[in-house]
Design a protein around this ligand. Structure first.
Ligand SMILES: Nc1nc2c(ncn2[C@@H]2O[C@H](COP(=O)(O)OP(=O)(O)OP(=O)(O)O)[C@@H](O)[C@H]2O)c(=O)[nH]1
Ligand SMILES: [Mg+2]
Length: 368
Protein backbone atom coordinates (compact mmCIF):
# COMPACT_ATOMS: atom_id res chain seq x y z
CA UNK A 1 0.00 0.00 0.00
CA UNK A 2 1.27 3.42 -0.94
CA UNK A 3 0.53 6.44 1.12
CA UNK A 4 -0.25 9.62 -0.77
CA UNK A 5 0.89 12.22 1.72
CA UNK A 6 -0.10 14.98 -0.68
CA UNK A 7 -3.69 13.80 -0.80
CA UNK A 8 -3.85 13.64 2.99
CA UNK A 9 -2.49 17.15 3.37
CA UNK A 10 -4.79 18.54 0.66
CA UNK A 11 -7.72 17.01 2.47
CA UNK A 12 -6.71 18.61 5.76
CA UNK A 13 -6.36 22.04 4.10
CA UNK A 14 -9.65 22.03 2.22
CA UNK A 15 -11.61 21.60 5.39
CA UNK A 16 -11.09 25.16 6.62
CA UNK A 17 -13.48 27.81 5.30
CA UNK A 18 -12.33 31.21 6.52
CA UNK A 19 -14.17 33.37 9.03
CA UNK A 20 -15.25 36.93 8.17
CA UNK A 21 -15.75 39.37 11.01
CA UNK A 22 -16.92 42.96 10.63
CA UNK A 23 -15.69 45.46 13.22
CA UNK A 24 -17.71 48.65 13.46
CA UNK A 25 -17.26 51.75 15.60
CA UNK A 26 -16.23 55.38 15.73
CA UNK A 27 -12.67 56.44 14.94
CA UNK A 28 -10.30 55.77 17.82
CA UNK A 29 -12.77 53.64 19.78
CA UNK A 30 -10.16 50.86 19.96
CA UNK A 31 -11.08 48.54 17.06
CA UNK A 32 -7.53 47.80 15.96
CA UNK A 33 -6.31 47.25 19.53
CA UNK A 34 -9.13 44.79 20.08
CA UNK A 35 -8.35 42.85 16.89
CA UNK A 36 -4.65 42.68 17.84
CA UNK A 37 -5.40 41.37 21.29
CA UNK A 38 -7.77 38.64 20.11
CA UNK A 39 -6.09 37.34 16.95
CA UNK A 40 -2.62 36.01 16.36
CA UNK A 41 0.31 37.83 14.83
CA UNK A 42 -0.88 41.37 15.65
CA UNK A 43 -3.45 40.93 12.93
CA UNK A 44 -4.57 44.53 12.45
CA UNK A 45 -1.02 45.87 12.61
CA UNK A 46 0.71 43.37 10.35
CA UNK A 47 -2.17 42.33 8.12
CA UNK A 48 -2.65 43.79 4.68
CA UNK A 49 -5.65 46.07 4.33
CA UNK A 50 -7.38 46.46 1.00
CA UNK A 51 -9.80 49.39 0.67
CA UNK A 52 -13.28 48.36 -0.51
CA UNK A 53 -14.84 51.82 -0.18
CA UNK A 54 -13.41 54.98 1.39
CA UNK A 55 -14.50 53.76 4.82
CA UNK A 56 -14.41 49.99 4.59
CA UNK A 57 -11.25 47.96 4.28
CA UNK A 58 -10.71 44.23 4.36
CA UNK A 59 -7.67 43.05 6.33
CA UNK A 60 -6.01 39.72 5.58
CA UNK A 61 -2.80 38.05 6.60
CA UNK A 62 -1.16 35.19 4.71
CA UNK A 63 -1.63 31.88 6.50
CA UNK A 64 -4.44 33.06 8.80
CA UNK A 65 -7.97 31.91 7.83
CA UNK A 66 -9.59 35.21 8.82
CA UNK A 67 -10.81 38.37 7.13
CA UNK A 68 -11.54 41.46 9.18
CA UNK A 69 -13.84 43.98 7.59
CA UNK A 70 -12.64 47.15 9.27
CA UNK A 71 -14.98 50.12 9.06
CA UNK A 72 -14.47 53.74 9.84
CA UNK A 73 -16.57 56.82 10.12
CA UNK A 74 -19.46 55.91 12.32
CA UNK A 75 -19.46 59.53 13.49
CA UNK A 76 -22.64 61.51 13.08
CA UNK A 77 -21.36 63.41 10.02
CA UNK A 78 -20.40 60.29 8.03
CA UNK A 79 -23.02 57.99 9.42
CA UNK A 80 -25.37 57.77 6.43
CA UNK A 81 -22.54 57.05 4.03
CA UNK A 82 -20.93 54.47 6.30
CA UNK A 83 -24.25 52.79 6.97
CA UNK A 84 -25.08 52.44 3.30
CA UNK A 85 -21.58 51.15 2.57
CA UNK A 86 -21.93 48.52 5.30
CA UNK A 87 -25.40 47.58 4.02
CA UNK A 88 -24.08 47.22 0.48
CA UNK A 89 -21.23 45.05 1.67
CA UNK A 90 -23.56 42.76 3.64
CA UNK A 91 -26.10 42.57 0.83
CA UNK A 92 -23.42 41.67 -1.65
CA UNK A 93 -21.81 39.01 0.49
CA UNK A 94 -24.54 37.47 2.64
CA UNK A 95 -26.91 36.96 -0.26
CA UNK A 96 -24.53 34.81 -2.26
CA UNK A 97 -24.97 31.06 -2.05
CA UNK A 98 -21.45 30.58 -0.74
CA UNK A 99 -21.59 30.86 3.01
CA UNK A 100 -17.82 31.25 3.23
CA UNK A 101 -18.26 34.76 1.77
CA UNK A 102 -20.80 35.78 4.41
CA UNK A 103 -20.05 38.18 7.18
CA UNK A 104 -20.20 35.68 10.04
CA UNK A 105 -20.00 37.94 13.07
CA UNK A 106 -20.12 41.65 13.94
CA UNK A 107 -18.39 43.45 16.78
CA UNK A 108 -20.06 46.80 17.32
CA UNK A 109 -17.60 48.83 19.40
CA UNK A 110 -18.67 51.62 21.73
CA UNK A 111 -16.25 53.54 23.95
CA UNK A 112 -17.24 52.86 27.53
CA UNK A 113 -15.51 55.98 28.84
CA UNK A 114 -17.59 58.14 26.43
CA UNK A 115 -20.70 57.03 28.33
CA UNK A 116 -23.01 57.45 25.36
CA UNK A 117 -24.22 55.47 22.40
CA UNK A 118 -25.66 56.88 19.19
CA UNK A 119 -28.94 56.19 17.45
CA UNK A 120 -26.72 55.31 14.49
CA UNK A 121 -25.16 52.43 16.44
CA UNK A 122 -28.57 51.08 17.36
CA UNK A 123 -29.66 51.33 13.71
CA UNK A 124 -26.66 49.38 12.48
CA UNK A 125 -27.23 46.66 15.08
CA UNK A 126 -30.88 46.36 14.01
CA UNK A 127 -29.87 46.09 10.39
CA UNK A 128 -27.25 43.39 11.06
CA UNK A 129 -29.62 41.30 13.16
CA UNK A 130 -32.30 41.59 10.44
CA UNK A 131 -29.74 40.10 8.03
CA UNK A 132 -28.97 37.21 10.38
CA UNK A 133 -25.49 38.44 11.31
CA UNK A 134 -24.70 37.72 14.99
CA UNK A 135 -23.90 40.99 16.80
CA UNK A 136 -21.79 41.45 19.92
CA UNK A 137 -21.73 44.96 21.35
CA UNK A 138 -18.19 45.51 22.64
CA UNK A 139 -17.67 48.22 25.22
CA UNK A 140 -14.05 49.35 24.83
CA UNK A 141 -11.53 50.99 27.19
CA UNK A 142 -13.67 49.89 30.15
CA UNK A 143 -12.55 50.75 33.66
CA UNK A 144 -15.53 49.49 35.62
CA UNK A 145 -16.36 45.84 35.03
CA UNK A 146 -18.90 45.72 37.85
CA UNK A 147 -21.72 48.11 38.70
CA UNK A 148 -21.32 49.98 35.43
CA UNK A 149 -24.49 51.97 34.81
CA UNK A 150 -23.58 52.72 31.22
CA UNK A 151 -23.09 49.00 30.51
CA UNK A 152 -26.52 48.30 31.99
CA UNK A 153 -28.06 51.03 29.84
CA UNK A 154 -26.44 49.59 26.68
CA UNK A 155 -27.58 46.08 27.59
CA UNK A 156 -31.14 47.32 27.88
CA UNK A 157 -31.07 49.37 24.67
CA UNK A 158 -29.45 46.63 22.56
CA UNK A 159 -31.32 43.74 24.16
CA UNK A 160 -33.21 42.77 21.00
CA UNK A 161 -30.47 43.79 18.59
CA UNK A 162 -27.45 41.91 19.86
CA UNK A 163 -26.43 38.52 21.19
CA UNK A 164 -24.44 39.97 24.05
CA UNK A 165 -22.81 43.10 25.45
CA UNK A 166 -19.21 42.60 26.54
CA UNK A 167 -16.97 44.99 28.50
CA UNK A 168 -13.31 44.96 27.47
CA UNK A 169 -9.95 46.58 28.09
CA UNK A 170 -7.68 45.62 25.19
CA UNK A 171 -4.60 47.43 26.47
CA UNK A 172 -3.17 47.60 29.95
CA UNK A 173 -2.87 51.01 31.55
CA UNK A 174 -0.35 52.40 34.00
CA UNK A 175 -1.93 54.59 36.68
CA UNK A 176 0.11 57.51 38.02
CA UNK A 177 -0.23 59.45 41.22
CA UNK A 178 -2.28 62.60 40.63
CA UNK A 179 0.29 64.79 42.41
CA UNK A 180 3.42 63.14 41.08
CA UNK A 181 3.55 62.16 37.43
CA UNK A 182 6.56 59.90 37.99
CA UNK A 183 4.95 57.86 40.71
CA UNK A 184 3.30 54.72 39.42
CA UNK A 185 0.54 53.63 41.76
CA UNK A 186 -0.84 50.71 39.80
CA UNK A 187 -1.62 48.95 36.56
CA UNK A 188 -4.97 48.11 35.04
CA UNK A 189 -4.55 44.80 33.26
CA UNK A 190 -6.06 43.66 29.97
CA UNK A 191 -9.53 42.39 30.83
CA UNK A 192 -12.70 41.05 29.24
CA UNK A 193 -10.95 39.64 26.16
CA UNK A 194 -11.53 36.04 27.26
CA UNK A 195 -15.26 36.78 27.58
CA UNK A 196 -15.33 38.34 24.11
CA UNK A 197 -13.54 35.30 22.67
CA UNK A 198 -15.95 32.89 24.33
CA UNK A 199 -19.06 34.84 23.24
CA UNK A 200 -17.76 35.12 19.68
CA UNK A 201 -16.98 31.41 19.53
CA UNK A 202 -20.52 30.64 20.68
CA UNK A 203 -22.30 32.73 18.05
CA UNK A 204 -20.04 32.29 15.02
CA UNK A 205 -21.50 29.64 12.66
CA UNK A 206 -20.39 26.04 13.29
CA UNK A 207 -18.56 25.80 9.96
CA UNK A 208 -16.32 28.77 10.85
CA UNK A 209 -15.42 27.64 14.37
CA UNK A 210 -12.29 25.85 13.21
CA UNK A 211 -10.95 28.88 11.35
CA UNK A 212 -11.85 31.14 14.28
CA UNK A 213 -9.98 28.80 16.62
CA UNK A 214 -6.94 28.82 14.33
CA UNK A 215 -6.85 32.63 14.19
CA UNK A 216 -6.96 33.18 17.96
CA UNK A 217 -3.79 34.33 19.69
CA UNK A 218 -2.69 31.96 22.44
CA UNK A 219 -2.01 34.95 24.71
CA UNK A 220 -5.52 34.46 26.02
CA UNK A 221 -6.43 31.55 28.28
CA UNK A 222 -9.84 31.14 26.69
CA UNK A 223 -8.22 30.76 23.26
CA UNK A 224 -6.24 27.78 24.59
CA UNK A 225 -9.39 26.11 25.86
CA UNK A 226 -11.19 26.66 22.56
CA UNK A 227 -8.28 25.29 20.55
CA UNK A 228 -8.13 22.24 22.80
CA UNK A 229 -11.87 21.74 22.53
CA UNK A 230 -11.84 21.94 18.73
CA UNK A 231 -8.79 19.67 18.50
CA UNK A 232 -10.49 17.03 20.67
CA UNK A 233 -13.22 16.83 18.04
CA UNK A 234 -10.57 15.98 15.44
CA UNK A 235 -9.18 13.27 17.74
CA UNK A 236 -12.61 11.70 18.16
CA UNK A 237 -13.29 11.79 14.41
CA UNK A 238 -9.94 10.12 13.65
CA UNK A 239 -10.47 7.56 16.40
CA UNK A 240 -13.76 6.52 14.79
CA UNK A 241 -12.09 6.29 11.36
CA UNK A 242 -9.31 4.13 12.79
CA UNK A 243 -11.81 1.78 14.41
CA UNK A 244 -13.66 1.46 11.11
CA UNK A 245 -10.41 0.83 9.22
CA UNK A 246 -9.54 -2.00 11.61
CA UNK A 247 -13.07 -3.48 11.72
CA UNK A 248 -11.41 -6.47 10.13
CA UNK A 249 -8.30 -6.84 12.33
CA UNK A 250 -5.20 -5.44 10.64
CA UNK A 251 -2.07 -7.63 10.81
CA UNK A 252 0.57 -5.78 12.79
CA UNK A 253 2.86 -5.73 9.79
CA UNK A 254 0.17 -3.73 7.97
CA UNK A 255 -0.24 -1.24 10.78
CA UNK A 256 0.66 1.52 8.38
CA UNK A 257 -2.92 1.43 7.05
CA UNK A 258 -3.63 3.63 10.06
CA UNK A 259 -1.00 6.17 9.05
CA UNK A 260 -3.09 8.26 6.64
CA UNK A 261 -5.74 8.63 9.34
CA UNK A 262 -3.18 9.57 11.95
CA UNK A 263 -1.23 11.98 9.77
CA UNK A 264 -4.52 13.63 8.76
CA UNK A 265 -5.44 13.92 12.43
CA UNK A 266 -2.08 15.50 13.32
CA UNK A 267 -2.51 17.98 10.46
CA UNK A 268 -6.02 18.93 11.53
CA UNK A 269 -5.04 19.34 15.18
CA UNK A 270 -2.17 21.58 14.07
CA UNK A 271 -4.55 23.75 12.08
CA UNK A 272 -6.97 24.04 14.95
CA UNK A 273 -4.15 25.21 17.19
CA UNK A 274 -3.12 27.93 14.73
CA UNK A 275 -0.64 26.59 12.26
CA UNK A 276 -0.44 28.68 9.10
CA UNK A 277 -2.99 27.59 6.55
CA UNK A 278 -0.55 26.81 3.79
CA UNK A 279 0.42 23.42 2.58
CA UNK A 280 4.11 24.28 2.73
CA UNK A 281 4.14 24.73 6.52
CA UNK A 282 2.11 21.56 6.92
CA UNK A 283 4.47 19.54 4.76
CA UNK A 284 7.49 20.79 6.71
CA UNK A 285 5.85 19.94 9.99
CA UNK A 286 4.66 16.48 8.94
CA UNK A 287 8.06 15.69 7.44
CA UNK A 288 9.80 16.66 10.64
CA UNK A 289 7.36 14.43 12.47
CA UNK A 290 7.57 11.28 10.40
CA UNK A 291 10.94 11.89 8.76
CA UNK A 292 11.95 10.23 5.55
CA UNK A 293 11.69 6.74 7.00
CA UNK A 294 9.01 5.54 4.62
CA UNK A 295 5.42 4.82 5.39
CA UNK A 296 5.72 1.19 6.44
CA UNK A 297 8.46 1.96 8.89
CA UNK A 298 6.55 4.93 10.23
CA UNK A 299 3.32 2.96 10.54
CA UNK A 300 4.98 0.32 12.65
CA UNK A 301 6.97 2.86 14.58
CA UNK A 302 3.92 4.93 15.52
CA UNK A 303 2.05 1.83 16.60
CA UNK A 304 4.97 0.42 18.59
CA UNK A 305 5.74 3.79 20.14
CA UNK A 306 2.17 4.53 21.14
CA UNK A 307 1.59 0.97 22.36
CA UNK A 308 4.42 1.40 24.84
CA UNK A 309 2.49 4.27 26.37
CA UNK A 310 -0.60 2.18 27.00
CA UNK A 311 -0.26 -0.26 29.90
CA UNK A 312 -1.56 -3.78 29.29
CA UNK A 313 -1.98 -3.46 25.56
CA UNK A 314 1.68 -4.03 24.59
CA UNK A 315 1.07 -7.75 24.15
CA UNK A 316 -0.61 -7.09 20.82
CA UNK A 317 2.77 -6.66 19.15
CA UNK A 318 3.29 -9.56 16.76
CA UNK A 319 -0.42 -10.30 16.60
CA UNK A 320 -3.19 -8.40 14.91
CA UNK A 321 -4.59 -4.97 15.58
CA UNK A 322 -8.27 -4.98 16.45
CA UNK A 323 -10.70 -2.09 16.07
CA UNK A 324 -10.35 -1.39 19.78
CA UNK A 325 -6.57 -1.28 19.68
CA UNK A 326 -6.63 0.91 16.55
CA UNK A 327 -8.89 3.43 18.28
CA UNK A 328 -6.87 3.41 21.50
CA UNK A 329 -3.63 3.98 19.58
CA UNK A 330 -5.11 6.80 17.53
CA UNK A 331 -6.75 8.46 20.52
CA UNK A 332 -3.57 8.24 22.58
CA UNK A 333 -1.50 9.75 19.78
CA UNK A 334 -4.04 12.56 19.28
CA UNK A 335 -4.47 13.31 22.99
CA UNK A 336 -0.70 13.36 23.47
CA UNK A 337 -0.27 15.84 20.62
CA UNK A 338 -3.06 18.07 21.95
CA UNK A 339 -1.33 18.16 25.35
CA UNK A 340 2.03 18.98 23.75
CA UNK A 341 0.47 21.89 21.84
CA UNK A 342 -1.49 23.13 24.84
CA UNK A 343 1.67 23.27 26.93
CA UNK A 344 3.72 24.99 24.21
CA UNK A 345 0.89 27.48 23.67
CA UNK A 346 0.55 28.24 27.37
CA UNK A 347 4.31 28.91 27.58
CA UNK A 348 4.45 30.98 24.37
CA UNK A 349 5.57 34.57 24.82
CA UNK A 350 4.78 35.64 21.25
CA UNK A 351 1.20 34.38 21.09
CA UNK A 352 2.26 31.87 18.39
CA UNK A 353 3.27 28.19 18.59
CA UNK A 354 6.45 26.66 17.16
CA UNK A 355 4.98 23.69 15.29
CA UNK A 356 8.28 22.10 14.39
CA UNK A 357 9.13 22.04 18.05
CA UNK A 358 5.71 20.48 18.70
CA UNK A 359 6.44 17.74 16.16
CA UNK A 360 9.78 17.00 17.83
CA UNK A 361 8.23 16.86 21.28
CA UNK A 362 5.51 14.52 20.08
CA UNK A 363 8.10 12.32 18.45
CA UNK A 364 10.13 12.09 21.63
CA UNK A 365 7.02 11.26 23.65
CA UNK A 366 5.91 8.40 21.44
CA UNK A 367 9.58 7.51 20.83
CA UNK A 368 9.61 6.64 17.18
N1 LIG B 1 -6.39 53.01 27.87
C1 LIG B 1 -6.76 52.30 26.79
N2 LIG B 1 -6.48 52.78 25.58
C2 LIG B 1 -6.88 52.08 24.52
C3 LIG B 1 -7.56 50.85 24.64
N3 LIG B 1 -7.82 50.39 23.39
C4 LIG B 1 -7.30 51.30 22.55
N4 LIG B 1 -6.73 52.32 23.20
C5 LIG B 1 -6.06 53.51 22.63
O1 LIG B 1 -7.00 54.22 21.84
C6 LIG B 1 -6.38 54.73 20.68
C7 LIG B 1 -7.13 54.25 19.44
O2 LIG B 1 -7.02 52.85 19.37
P1 LIG B 1 -7.19 52.04 18.02
O3 LIG B 1 -7.19 50.62 18.39
O4 LIG B 1 -6.25 52.51 17.01
O5 LIG B 1 -8.65 52.52 17.59
P2 LIG B 1 -9.42 52.30 16.20
O6 LIG B 1 -10.85 52.19 16.52
O7 LIG B 1 -8.80 51.18 15.45
O8 LIG B 1 -9.11 53.67 15.47
P3 LIG B 1 -9.29 53.98 13.88
O9 LIG B 1 -8.68 52.85 13.11
O10 LIG B 1 -8.54 55.24 13.72
O11 LIG B 1 -10.75 54.13 13.64
C8 LIG B 1 -4.94 54.28 20.72
O12 LIG B 1 -4.18 55.33 21.24
C9 LIG B 1 -4.94 53.13 21.67
O13 LIG B 1 -3.71 53.00 22.33
C10 LIG B 1 -7.84 50.36 25.95
O14 LIG B 1 -8.43 49.29 26.19
N5 LIG B 1 -7.43 51.14 27.00
MG1 LIG C 1 -8.06 50.99 13.48
Amino acid sequence: MNIDLNAILNDAVKDMPIANIIVIGKTGVGKSSLINSVFRGDFAKTGVGKPVTDNIKVIKKPGVPLQIIDTQGLEVADYEKTKSNIENYINQHNNSDQSENYVHLAWLCINDTGKRYEAAELDIAKYLISKGVPVIVVLTKTNAFKNNEFADEVKKAFKNYSHAVCSTRALSEVIYDEDDEDEVIGVRKVKGIDELIQLSYEVIPEVQKKAFSNALSVKNKKALDIKKDQASKEVLAATALAAAAAATPVPFSDAFTLVPIQVGMIAKISYTFGMDVSKATLTTMVTSLIGAGGAVYVGRAIVTGVLKMIPGIGSVVGGAISATTASVITKTLGDTYVLVLYKLAAESKSGEIDFEMAAKLLKSKVSF
